[in-house]
Write a protein that binds this ligand. Structure first.
Ligand SMILES: [Zn+2]
Length: 56
C-alpha cells in the first residue's frame, strides 16, 4: 500500500497518508497540501519530491 509523509519532503508537518493506489494517495496529498500548506496547485518541483517520497 503506497504511503507518504510530509516530513519526508522536508515539511514540518505530521501528516501521513496511505491509500490503496498511488492515484488515490495523490488525491489525499493534494487535498492536504491545499488545506494545510496553502498550495491550491502543487508546484511541479514539489510534485517530483512527493513522487520520490512515496513508499510503495
Ligand atoms: Zn503536510
Amino acid at each position: 500500500m503506497p504511503s507518504f509523509k510530509c516530513k519526508d519532503i522536508g515539511l514540518k508537518c505530521a501528516f501521513e497518508a496511505t491509500a490503496k493506489t498511488q492515484d488515490e494517495l495523490m488525491k489525499k496529498i493534494s487535498t492536504h497540501a491545499a488545506s494545510a500548506h496553502n498550495m491550491k496547485t502543487v508546484p511541479p518541483e514539489t510534485m517530483t519530491k512527493i513522487k520520490k517520497a512515496i513508499k510503495p
